[in-house]
Design a protein around this ligand. Structure first.
Ligand code: FPP
Ligand code: MG
Length: 325
């Protein structure tokens, strides 16, 4: 059985029910918007975020859950989808998950509005049901994601980003939403505040590992649905490159910065930068950091009851760092 299927097994029924609810949560009477919603549902991803919501809710209650847990899962998937639609506009990206992006098919102005629509649907789903605690958690994530994207844009211009800034960016743009998933999972079953906060930190730690893995993909040649070297082309400074720049000579640094500034669209030059990062052990360094977060996340579960949901969460943490796509 595939790893994702194995992780889903203890929450199989919940995920099936969630899927039907999720399409409903996107409903609109505007025909164009409905067509785009159909397209979005059709190219859906692995739905890891709803899985985090259900597994956390069930782990902390030893198998219990609440109607609110479904809404929590829908809220995070709506906001996640909104953020990806907007991100592809921000990055001027034509592909997402092997399909054309919304902006590629319908242009930027429609994509921006589609993202706004999805965001409002997520907000309304919580407001209409009085889930203000869940709304508070997801709103923090939306604020941090926007801040993370903006810091990334600002820093990309200067190309002088430090490791601390890198971690600040990935914590905000990626880890915070996974933190919201696990915190919402716990909050949806009325866990105490300490557990909710603890689950936020747990998800955040997984999220850091997740983004480092994503950044490592940019340096690997395997087919992953997106080409390599994109980050360099977009002048995104990620951990492998930051490490390489911190450990090389002044001349080498000058060459790399010049390559990224002035030759970032030159395929041969980008390939040379990738090789340089590999030679400086940038990939090994980033991998080691990622494994640190993986172990930390697993250890954070020690104090929770041993059950099949916890086992699935551990499998999921391992999947985050071992996945090939
Ligand atoms: C992907 O990063 C981007 C994100 C995970 C965050 C995007 C967030 C926003 C656009 C702001 C929040 C907006 C709303 C409406 C909730 P990436 O470009 O490094 O990764 P990619 O390869 O998946 O594009
Ligand atoms: Mg992007």
């Amino acid at each position: 059985m595939k790893t994702v299927e194995r992780i889903k097994q203890p929450i199989h029924a919940e995920m099936e029910y969630f899927e039907s609810k999720f399409r409903h949560a996107m409903h609109t009477n505007v025909p164009l918007l409905n067509r785009i919603m159909d397209y979005i549902v059709h190219r859906k991803g692995k739905q890891m975020r709803p899985m985090f919501v259900f597994l956390t809710a069930k782990m902390v209650t030893n198998g219990g859950f609440h109607e609110r847990t479904y809404r929590g899962a829908s809220i995070v998937e709506l906001i996640h989808t909104a953020s990806l639609v907007h991100d592809d506009v921000v990055d001027d990206s034509n592909m997402r998950r092997g399909f054309f992006s919304i902006n590629a098919l319908w242009k930027n102005k429609i994509a921006v509005l589609v993202g706004d629509f999805l965001l409002s649907k997520g907000v309304l789903l919580s407001v209409d049901n009085g889930d203000f605690d869940l709304l508070k958690i997801i709103s923090r994530a939306v604020r941090e994601m926007s801040e993370g994207e903006l810091i990334q844009i600002e820093k990309a211009r200067r190309l002088d980003i430090t490791e601390d800034v890198y971690f600040d960016i990935i914590r905000k743009k990626t880890a915070t939403l996974i933190a919201a998933c696990t915190a919402i999972g716990a909050a949806s079953v009325s866990a105490n505040q300490e557990t909710v906060d603890d689950m936020w930190r747990f998800g955040e730690t997984i999220g850091l590992a997740f983004q480092i893995k994503d950044d490592l993909f940019d340096y690997t040649d395997d087919q992953i649905g997106k080409p390599t070297g994109i980050d360099i082309k977009e002048q995104k400074m990620t951990l492998p490159l930051i490490y390489a720049l911190n450990t090389c000579s002044k001349e080498e640094k000058k060459w790399v910065i010049n390559s990224i500034k002035n030759y970032n669209k030159n395929k041969k030059r980008v390939k040379e930068v990738i090789q340089f990062v590999k030679d400086k052990n940038g990939l090994a360094y980033a991998e080691q950091k990622m494994l640190g977060f993986q172990n930390q996340a697993i250890q954070m579960l020690d104090k929770y009851p041993q059950n099949k949901y916890k086992e699935a969460l551990v499998t999921m943490i391992n999947y985050v760092v071992e996945r090939k796509i």
